[in-house]
Every structure is written in structure tokens, then in C-alpha cells.
Design a protein. Sequence first.
Length: 135
Amino acid sequence: SAQRAFCRDGWSLAPGITLRLARTLRVHRSRFAVDVLRERVLDEDADASRVEESCAENPRCLALWRQPAGVAVQALSPCAARFIDALLDQQTIESALQQAQLDQEPENVAAILQREVLQAGFAQLSRTPLHGEPA
């Protein structure tokens, strides 16, 4: 079931709000535009072999996870990649946020993580009623 695709345990973001990640989620880094090449190949682009193999100063970060139709891929900023890596290493949410802030202003981190992690197909947010709240 879709529920089993996510880790049973998660990280508390706020009282009653839990973040769970896909069990198969991995972060991949590459100095090459592998995500662009993949899209061109899937689109059967005749020029796929001409993808510029530029060696970027900063590696391209990709989230990879299994879905029923195959492997899903999503580009990540280094900020989001470090956040996910910390969680996958079983660090606390606080530690993961510190990792995410290494090269970002703290006020930018929330927007980046909202867009690249919390809204992603590899993430699941669940709400548990707090004590005294109706279920």
C-alpha cells in the first residue's frame, strides 16, 4: 500500500505534525547534468547525446525514490539535500535544519524546504489530533 512506502517513524515538525520520508529515498550528487540527460532520453530527444557534460563547481543534487511506475527523480538544492541527508542519517530535525542553513540565510531555508521537501512526492506529512482535539 502507499502507506508502507513511507517510513513508519518520522520527525515531529510541530505538535501533532509528523514528516515521513519514502523508505527508498536516496540523495545522489553528480558533477554532470544527469537529470537533464535522463529527461532527454525519456523524451527520445535525438540530441540527448549532446548534453553538455559541464563539471559544475557545485554538484547537482537529486532525490531518487521508488514509485509504482519506476524511479522518481527530483532536483534538489544543496540546502535541501543536506537536510534530507541528515534525516536519512537519523539525526534530529533540529540538527537537519542546522545542516540546511550552512550556506543559506535562515529566513530562506523555510521556503526552500517547503518547496523542495515538504511538497515533494517522497515526503508525507501527517497530522495527529492533539490531546482534547476531536479525531
